[in-house]
Design a protein around this ligand. Structure first.
Ligand code: DX5
Ligand code: ZN
Length: 218
């Protein structure tokens, strides 16, 4: 199966959002990665529902929403209505994770769980069969443009083993500090989807950067 690229809109030019969305639409990217931050779970606020609504109106690829918010259960139906195809919540933000996963699926979306860099893969053992996506954070969530944490490779291999062992169809996504310097090693370790924010949007030619990254990993 082909390996996927998900540009993170957090690194786009918000004054030219439609232009940047069309760029992704017309590129070889596979998904839109949308970071929602509440200033409580993470020390930053990104954007909220009206902006996602505007993005959804123009985006013609899978919308992958990464919620960095406390108590995400409050907004599951809202994100479904706003056009999210995949809804990812943080393990660290969910007291009743199993219930949250079921609620995401009941709302018609694919269910993802993100793990902070300090959270071990083993905490997912009892929900892995129910998941469509696990997002391994390769930076501490909250900001784009941070450096990749090298311990991520080990976690990707551990997760890959857990997925194979449990016959799960879950995909492995990597989020934070992804560049052409770590992409191959991540794929070799078992990753399926690479999120890339700064590396794509801060490059001279984002369309070309996406194309090159996609070629590199496939
Ligand atoms: C970080 C976000 C990431 C971020 C990635 O909290 O979840 O999706 O936008 O940006 P880069 O690729 O610049 O690290
Ligand atoms: Zn993200």
């Amino acid at each position: 199966m082909s390996k996927l690229i998900a540009p993170s809109v957090l690194a786009a030019d918000f004054a030219n959002l439609q232009r940047d969305i069309e760029m992704v639409n017309n590129s070889e990217a596979d998904w839109f990665h949308i970071d929602i931050m509440d200033g409580v779970f993470v020390p930053n606020i990104s954007f909220g529902m009206p902006v996602l609504k505007a993005i959804s109106k123009h985006a013609n690829k899978t919308i992958d929403v990464h919620l960095m918010i406390v108590d995400p259960d409050r907004y599951i139906q809202t994100f479904a209505d706003l056009g999210a195809d995949i809804l990812t919540v943080h393990y660290e933000a969910c007291t009743h994770l199993h219930r949250t996963i079921q609620a995401i699926k009941a709302a018609g979306m694919k269910a993802g769980v993100a793990l902070n860099p300090h959270t071990p893969i083993a905490v997912l053992e009892d929900v892995i069969a129910d998941l469509d996506l696990v997002c391994i954070m390769s930076v501490n969530p909250g900001f784009g443009g941070q450096s990749f944490i090298e311990n991520t490779y080990k976690k990707v291999s551990q997760l890959k083993h857990l997925i194979e062992f449990s016959n799960s169809a879950c995909q492995i996504e990597i989020d934070g500090g992804v560049t052409d310097q770590n992409a191959n090693q991540l794929i070799e370790a078992g990753a399926d989807v690479l999120v890339a924010g700064s590396f794509v949007f801060k490059s001279d030619n984002p369309t070309e950067t996406i194309k090159n990254l996609k070629e590199l990993i496939n």
